[in-house]
Design a protein around this ligand. Structure first.
Ligand code: ADP
Length: 475
């Protein structure tokens, strides 16, 4: 083997084949089908020429996707270990830099290092950080830069010559939905494997793997205990199961006992569940992603509140300090002479769509959460009220207390009309948010930084923000 030296700008960690031989497929338990698929790849990698003679080529890219802690990294290492190949590990976030050209240069470096040791394996964890859809939401900033990095990955993968420089690229992500489709095309990551949460049998198998180096009173006792833990750990990941056993080992040692017993295991399980449920009892910290979602929601609500100001109920301030399914925006007391026209009702429906529209825009349609559900029900409720109770729409002048007052043949008419209003409201809301995209971002940043924002500041940002002209939306 050549001397390794520095890997330049790629920051990728080089782990030599010797270091990875420790990890094999035996270390990964449960989901046997995954191992079968990967074992086949290892066979092709090992007998490269033999398979090539038969016209069988190793896939260039394997994408492992699934929740964190389910063993994706472990699998990638096991492939390297089993095939006895050098392993280059990088993280998608390593490539995301605000400086022009750096991301692409790092990708280039990584691939050329791997190629000079080929056959070899490149592992890119959190590949979504660099490989998300182009032209999509630019949550972290540096969008153009990231795009350059992504293009470079595509170029590198297309550039492999099947016969000479065999480099297998393994990507891992828990956000398959936001990956750029170009990455998934034939000749790139064309083998996609889902690594899911383990079943009960899978959990037992994982526990057995991690119990290998632990002491129990007897084999029989161990089997009974692990069986019990496997039953109590629905939705736990492999990493969490491993933690339970480690924690139980620590508790056992602390008590100066020789064997892990039932009590220690149950105590460890309880502790794992505590951290698992975000430790809400002893901390009120809001998880980062929820924080970001709430900041965008409040920013969108604020922009819409400026766009369609309600003169009778001015907004006062908002924050992201409390988790609520409805927006946190606070309004002044309703002033006396409220008189609402049809257009005011319609505006209120458009405003109510803001949390849902921004969430879809920023996080993707496959990644909505309860914030969206709440907004959808609120907007539908307002629409229904406008149609059934005001007599202002094509539905007619009759007042209906609720939908259940309707004679059956009117129901489809209500549905059709409600669809129409909702479609307009969502489109109009999306158009406003795109036009004021810059204001949304600024308010979001202020909220993330300070936790709250007052009406005065919101108006200032709204009025100063550059706008992106949009095509008109027609009712
Ligand atoms: P991911 O890359 O999916 O986030 P990791 O591979 O980093 O997950 O998993 C962390 C650790 O959890 C692994 O090193 C391993 O010890 C344990 N683990 C996870 N899944 C399994 C599994 N199916 N079998 C055995 N151990 C597992």
């Amino acid at each position: 083997r050549r001397a390794l030296g520095s890997l330049g700008k790629s920051r990728a960690k080089f782990i030599s084949a010797e270091e990875t031989t420790g990890v094999t497929f035996d270390d990964f338990a449960g989901q046997e089908y995954i191992k079968r698929e990967l074992q086949e790849i290892v066979r092709i990698l090992k007998n490269d020429e033999e398979f090539q003679d038969k016209g069988i080529y190793c896939p260039k890219g394997v994408l492992l996707h699934g929740p964190p802690g389910t063993g994706k990294t472990l699998l990638a290492k096991a492939i390297a270990g089993e095939a006895g190949l050098p392993f280059f590990a990088a993280n998608g976030t390593d490539f995301v830099e605000m400086f022009v050209g750096v991301a692409a240069a790092r990708v280039k470096d990584l691939f050329s290092s791997a190629r000079s040791f080929s056959p070899s394996i490149i592992f890119i964890d959190e590949i979504d950080a660099i490989g998300s859809k182009r032209g999509g939401p630019d949550v972290g900033g540096g969008g153009a830069e990231r795009e350059q990095g992504l293009l470079q990955i595509l170029t590198e993968m297309d550039g492999f010559k099947e016969f000479t420089s065999q480099v297998l690229v393994i990507g891992a992500t828990n956000r398959l939905d936001i990956l750029d489709p170009a990455l998934l095309r034939k000749g790139r990551f064309d083998k996609i494997i889902r690594v899911g949460l383990p079943s009960k049998d899978g959990r037992l198998a994982i526990l057995q793997v991690h119990a290998r180096n632990k002491f129990f009173q007897s084999e029989k006792e161990k089997d009974i205990l692990l069986q019990e833990i496997a039953e109590l750990t629905v939705d736990f990941t492999g990493a969490e199961l491993q933690n339970i056993l480690n924690e139980a080992g620590i508790l056992t040692a602390r008590k100066d006992q020789d064997y892990i017993g039932r009590e220690e295991l149950l105590e460890a399980l309880k502790r794992q569940k505590g951290t698992f449920e975000t430790g809400q009892e002893d901390s009120t910290e809001i998880p980062h992603e929820l924080n970001l979602r709430m900041a965008y929601r409040e920013a969108a609500v604020a922009v819409l509140a400026c766009y369609y100001p309600d003169p009778h109920r001015p907004f006062v301030e908002t924050d992201i300090n409390a988790i609520r399914s409805k927006p946190n925006m606070r309004y002044a007391e309703t002033s006396g002479k409220a008189f609402l026209r049809k257009s005011d009702y319609v505006s209120s429906i458009v405003r109510a769509c803001a949390p849902r529209v921004i969430e879809e825009e920023m996080f993707g349609i496959d990644n909505l959460c309860w914030i969206s559900a709440k907004a959808t029900s609120e907007a539908s409720r307002l629409t229904e009220m406008l149609i059934l109770q005001t007599g202002m729409t094509a539905f007619g002048k009759t007042f209906y207390r609720t939908q259940s007052d309707l004679v059956p043949n009117l129901a489809p008419k209500l549905e059709a009309l409600r669809e129409e209003y909702m479609r307009f409201a969502v489109e109009k809301c999306a158009s406003v948010l795109r036009e004021y995209r810059s204001a949304v971002e600024t308010i979001t940043n202020i909220l993330l930084e300070r936790g709250e924002i007052k009406a005065e500041k919101i108006w200032e940002v709204y009025k100063k923000a550059p706008r992106i002209p949009q095509a008109p939306v027609h009712p």
